[in-house]
Design a protein around this ligand. Sequence first.
Ligand SMILES: [Zn+2]
Length: 140
Amino acid sequence: MKCEFIEYQLGAYAAGELPPESSLYIEKHLRTCPSCQAWLEEVREMARIWQQPGPELDVPDMTADIMDEIRQMPPLYKRQASRIKPRDSRKTMIAHFGLAACIAFCLFQFGVFEHLQTGITQATEIFSNSVDHILKEGKR
Ligand SMILES: [Zn+2]
């Protein structure tokens, strides 16, 4: 029960949006709970993927939206429980990859990348990170 409560807050915690007393409570729990630590790592990893392009790409709205989604993600064990058939999780993987492809494509289309070469490097980075993450998710 306690972990469920903590995990729901970790997105906001990772984004630094919790009041200090809540952050302290979570940090205290994290020191004693490996499973919540792992969840925090995952949240941070996702945040890193999406924040990586940083100020060079002028898409602040997208980052905000995605951070919102990360914040609203249910705790890990609930996501696992909802994944009853492996086939469903495969579908999710493909959907995730499709979404990543769409975003990269849109970034190119709208000329968000100022210098093409930097753009390609960044897109490749985003892609490989997304794929890494999807593969990690799929193995669970
Ligand atoms: Zn915990």
